[in-house]
Design a protein around this ligand. Sequence first.
Ligand code: PRX
Length: 649
Amino acid sequence: MSTPSLYPVKPEIAANALINEEQYKKMYQESIVNPEGFWREHGQRIDWIKPFSKVRKVSFDDHNLYIKWFYDGTLNASQNCLDRHLAERGDQTAIIWEGDDAADQRTLTYAELHQEVCKFANALRGQGVRRGDVVTIYMPMVPEAAVAMLACARIGAIHSVIFGGFSPDSIAARCIDGRAKVIVTADEGIRAGRKIPLKANIDEALKNPDVNTVEKVIVLQRTGGDIHWEDNRDVWWHDTMKVASEHCVAAEMKAEDPLFLLYTSGSTGNPKGVLHTTGGYMVYASMTHEYVFDYKPGEIYWCTADVGWITGHSYMVYGPLANGATILMHEGVPNYPSPARLGEMVDRHKVNILYTAPTLIRALMAEGEEQFDGFDGSSLRIMGSVGEPINPEAWRWYNDVIGKDTCPIVDTWWQTETGGILITPLPGATDAKPGSATRPFFGVQPALVDNLGNLIEGAGEGNLVILDSWPGQMRTVFNDHDRFVLTYFKTFRGMYFTGDGAKRDEDGYYWITGRVDDVINVSGHRLGTAEIESALVAHHDVAEAAVVGYPHDIKGQGIYAYVTLNHGIEETEELRQEMRQWVRKEIGALATPDLIQWASGLPKTRSGKIMRRFLRKIAANEVTNLGDATTLADPSVIDVLIESRLNKS
Ligand code: PRX
C-alpha cells in the first residue's frame, strides 16, 4: 500500500469550499494584522440584542490579566441557537436522535426544540433557578441534555455538565466547587447495552454533607428503572414540563456573562472549573464550526462526542445549532453492538460531516476492514478528528476505509480551555499531512518556546503557546482566578501556555506531540496523574503511588500506576483488582489503571521528589537508555522496578 505523506486539497473540494487557500491566507493575515477590524466584522455573525461597539480588551500580563471580547454587547446564546432560525427553518430537523438500541429513533425540528427549551427554562425557574445560579447536568445522550443546556442559557443560569461516567465522589466535588443549586439528571442512562445508574450516583453524591447548596434534583424518565426518591427534593422532568408555559423571553446577557462551567483535569489538584462566557464563545464556536467543517445549510452533521466534554458543548450543541445545522445525536457508542454501527448510522442518516476521535478510529481499525464491507458512505463529505494526536496509520485508515479517499480530514487541535478549535486544516484550503493539525485558525497565533520561554523560529520543537487572545478563550477558573493566572500565564510570561508540546515543520505545519505536564490523555479523556494518585493513596493499604501514561495501541495512552503498600500488606492479585475498583469508585471508570505495579520503593531525589521521567520510561518499556540516575537517593530502586515491570511489549 502506498503511504503518501501529503494529501493535497482536491480541486473539486477547493472550488466549492467556503474558504480556499488564497482566502485563507488573506483572511489569516487580516486577522493578525488587524484583529479589531477582523473580529468586528465576524462578531456580526451572531445576533446581538444590543450590538457591541468594543471588540476586545486583552492583556496576557500575569500581573494585570484581562480578557474581554465584544464586551459592551448583549445577547442570548439560546436565542442564537433557536429563535433566530424559526422564520427560515422552524420545520427543519434540528436533532436526529438514535438510541443505544437503533430501533429507538426521534427527531426534533427547530420549532419543537425551541418549544422544549422555553418550557424547560420555565420549569427551571419554577424550581428556583435564577440568573447566575449554577445548574449541574448529569445526563445520558438524549435530546433533553441539549434542552437542559439551552434552557439554562435562556434564563442566564450557568450550566455545569458532568460526564455520565464520573463517580458520585467526582460529582460531589464539582457540585461543591460550583455551588450547584439544581441538578438535572435521568433515572438511568443506557450505553452499549448497559444501564448507568445516574440517579443513584446523584443520590450518593448528595449524601456528602459538604454538598449543601443543591435544592432540587430534576429527573428525566429514560428507562423507567427503579430509583430512590426524596419527595421534598426530587422532581420528575415530565411533571415540571406539564405545568410550564411555552413562552419564555430569552434573558438579555452581557457578552462577558458566564455561559457555562466545565470541569477539566490539570497537572495538580482537583479538576478546575473552566469558565466560558457568552459573546466571544458563541462567535468562535459558530465560526469555527462553519469554516472548519465547511458547513453548508441543509447538511447532516454528526459529532460522536458526549455532551460531558467540551467537544459536546462547542461542536454538538452551540456551534452547529447557532449555524442552523441538523445534528445527529447518538445515545450509545459507535462500535456497539458491532463495529459496523458507525457506518450503518452514517448511511442510515445520510451523514455529510463526521467528527470523531482517534481512539474510536483505532478501535474500529483493529476489528478489520471487512466490518465495513456493507458500508456505502457516499453521503460523507468532510471528516474530523479531535482529542489526541492521530497516528498516521489511523489517519490513513480513516481516509481510505471511512472516507473512501474522497473526504478531506480535519485534524483539529484544541482544548477545554480554548472553547473552540485553534489549529486545524480547512477542507478547501489546507493540504493535509497525516498526523499534523497543520495551521492556525483565523486570529490564532501559536508559537513554540524552549523551556526558558525563548521563542523558537522556523522549523523546530518546543512548548506550544498562544501569543494573543481569541474570542472563545476561557476567562477564568471558577472561584480561583489566581489558579487561572498561575496555570496558564506564569510558566511563560505574557503567553497562554497550552500544556502541550509540538513540532513545527518547514511548511509551518504544527505536529502536536502530546502533553508536557502531568496530564494524560486516555481515549481522548483528559486526566491528571495527581488525581489518580490521590485516589490511590486514599486507600488504607497504600503508602505511596505514582501514576504515569504509557503508549497504548487503542487508547493512545494507558494508565500505569506504581503503588507502594503499607508495611506488612501482601502484594496480591486480589488487592490489585481492589485498587482498580477503588479508583473507579473514587473518580470513575475512565480513570481505572490499566497496569498496577507493586513498587517497594520509588525513584526519588535526595530531597524526596519523585523522578517521573524514569517511571515514564519503565512504563513505556524503554529501559535500555534511562539516563543519569546518580542524583537519586537510592539508584538501586530503578533495577528493581525494571525487573518487575508489567509492560514488556
Ligand atoms: O493534548 C491535547 C489533546 O487534548 C488536550 C485537550 O484535552 P481536552 O481539554 O479534554 O479537550 C479535548 C477536546 C478538544 C490537548 O491539550 N488534543 C486535543 N486535540 C488534539 C490533541 N492532541 C493532538 N491532536 C489533536 N487534534
